[in-house]
Design a protein around this ligand. Structure first.
Ligand code: AHG
Ligand code: MN
Ligand code: MN
Ligand code: MN
Length: 335
């Protein structure tokens, strides 16, 4: 039982980012600073979660409803504000867009210099907040292309291949940060006593196939028949097992490590499903593709979707190549 933080080659997140950046030219220093700020946001959120039951005003709802039509948790707001305050000081980010804000948030003092937009889901799986189960945060960094100040952020409405970096933080038994800058996918684990994210696995590859499927089967009769056919196939075929946590970051982290497929199809009430493209599906698709997996809406690759609106939703099928293809084989019969 050696302690990885005692290893002479112990790699912190900041050191790793700098090593990855050799091919990045002019963006290199900026990306390194941005990743350090994301790590700081993750540490602040993890710290609050770890003491949730011991403090006032951590658990429960605020009483507000967000632009998504969802009841907002206190932690959604706390985490949303953590990202804003951490990036106010960075200088590099002129604009932040999140699940919890109808319009992008501008940091005018950064705008002459700020060249990047941060898109994020401050707390993913917020229904797990009050029951001490795993949750996450999702982030995506894009170059800011417009200097728009009409608040519409039209320049964000491009495909997911434009992401410079993407990843998630998972608040589980340990806190992990998983990121890609287009040069593989890398795992870091927070050592709380050091306050550092330490490299625990480099160049992670998703298995070509896994036997776990992850979907909210409570929606079974809300889906298109083709998804029911896929689920019937899984039920009849030996060896599949179901896992669904209520936080896609956790489900996708498991899928990345062990293989399999995560699905959130459209439903009768939500024909495009629940998950939002720009700050949920696209960053996770970027990671899973970098790890050798796939992500599709069922009709096209997630990273090729050009959204029409900031909070646009898309159906999502993501995971091991073979398992995504298996789901597609049922969908294609319909077209
Ligand atoms: P969020 O907490 O950011 O709104 O996202 C919740 C998402 C996702 O994390 C999860 O997989 C899914 O919603 C769960 O939704 P259902 O309860 O409809 O299955
Ligand atoms: Mn939500
Ligand atoms: Mn989410
Ligand atoms: Mn959320």
């Amino acid at each position: 039982s050696t302690d990885k933080t005692l290893d002479r080659d112990c790699t912190t997140l900041s050191r790793h980012v700098l090593q990855q950046l050799q091919s990045f030219g002019p963006n290199a220093q900026d990306l390194s600073a941005l990743m350090n700020r994301i790590a700081l946001a993750g540490k602040l959120i993890a710290r609050r979660f770890s003491r949730a039951g011991l403090m006032e005003d951590v658990l429960g709802f605020t009483g507000e409803v967000n632009v998504q039509g969802e009841s907002v948790k206190k932690m959604d707001i706390y985490a949303n504000e953590v990202f804003i305050s951490v990036f106010k000081q960075s200088g590099l980010v002129c604009r932040l867009a999140s699940e919890e804000m109808e319009k992008p948030y501008y940091i005018p003092e950064n705008c002459p210099i700020g060249r990047y937009t941060l898109l994020y889901d401050p707390i993913d799986g917020s229904s797990n907040t009050d029951i001490n189960l795993s949750l996450g945060s999702i982030f995506s960094i894009r170059q800011q292309e417009g200097t728009d100040s009409d608040g519409e952020a039209k320049d964000l409405l491009t495909n997911g291949r434009k992401q410079l970096a993407a990843g998630y933080i998972i608040y589980g038994p340990s806190t992990m940060l998983v990121y890609s800058m287009g040069t593989g996918v890398h795992f870091f684990t927070l050592d709380p006593s050091l306050g550092e994210f330490i490299l625990t696995e480099e160049n992670v590859k998703i298995p070509e196939h896994g036997s776990v499927y992850s979907v909210n089967e409570g929606n079974f009769w809300q889906w298109d028949e083709s998804y029911r056919e896929y689920i019937r196939y899984v039920h009849r075929t030996e060896g599949y097992t179901a896992r669904y946590s209520g936080a896609m970051v956790s489900d996708i982290h498991r899928t990345l490590v062990q293989g399999g497929v995560f699905l959130y199809p459209g439903t009768l009430q939500k024909p495009e499903g629940k998950l939002r493209l720009l700050y949920e599906s696209a960053p996770l698709a970027f990671l899973i593709e970098q790890a050798g997996g796939r992500a599709t809406t069922g009709k096209m690759e997630i990273l090729d979707v050009v959204p029409k609106q900031l909070h646009q939703r898309t159906p999502l099928i993501i995971g091991s190549k073979q398992d995504v293809a298996k789901v597609e084989s049922f969908l294609k019969k319909e077209d």
